[in-house]
Design a protein around this ligand. Sequence first.
Ligand SMILES: Cc1ncc(COP(=O)(O)O)c(C=O)c1O
Length: 327
Amino acid sequence: MISKFIGNTPLRRCDALSTRYHTNIFIKEEFHNPGMSAKDRPALFMIKDAIAKNKIKPGGIFVEASSGNTGLGITLIAKKLGYRAKIFISQSCSQEKINLLIKAGADIEICENSNGLHDFNSTQFKAQSFAAIHPNAYFTNQYYNNQNIRAHYQTTAPEIWEQTVGNITHFIAGVGTGGTISGVGRFLKEQRSDIKVWGIEPKGSILSHFLKHRTLPTSMIPFDAIEGIGRNFVPGSFDATYVDHIFQVNCQKTKHIAKEYYSQTGIMAGFSSAAVMASLDCYIDKMSFIPTDTVVLFFPDHGDRYISKLYNGSVYPANISSNITSF
Ligand SMILES: Cc1ncc(COP(=O)(O)O)c(C=O)c1O
């Protein structure tokens, strides 16, 4: 049973951040999943759903458009179950993630962007086209697959609820497809509607505008490249109903915080995890935490996926593990 290896990740109190922001800060450490990211969860749900609905036959090809992590989850699970994986990744994907995908056995194709199905050069368009013309290929399509939200609603969120003994007051996560925040947000709001659910995205991304106005901005600007988060379209996996606010952070601040956190704690946070920490630094006055709050920060992956992008110039521990666990 693959599912027993995925999820049930630790939630740890972070003393450094709790002291810095005068409240109780916990980190949901998703890099303990077999593919070392939160995206193993939706990958498993999407694959199981496709198999159960006879969308693909044994030996077929699972196809996904990914900033790397979902692709890795899909590849590992597909391989374990006797399928293949074809992953379309954007050229902004870190070399470390590309190496992992190749090592896991994915057939990868690097695309110009991940701007959505309307762009012929996007990962999404190329993935959809590939699946359409290849027999026994299935596009899992995390941007529009309700199993993405469901995975977080049925697994991530109940774990957080139990781990905080129902005391969680704030959930803060980066937003890419929207699956994490929509699934966790929905579950938490169903338990207690006063729990704050906040998203983080890079400057220039459009979801905070969409959340406020329910329209797209009249002009689009390129958004800061923080891998895994930020969009210039509204994915179907983003359900605005359960999100209270989206804060924007810039890339430079994120890189600075990642290095600072590493030098203080010895822990290498992933790129989007550092963006979540950067949001606390930038918006702490607006966030108005009180000492009794229980704030959960979502860390989808680990910094060893971004050494070239985030930690250049830092001193690294000798035994960085870029390995993935097999099931
Ligand atoms: C590192 C990282 N952070 C954040 C996200 C965003 O999560 P979601 O797609 O659930 O919004 C992703 C998604 O791929 C990711 O890989």
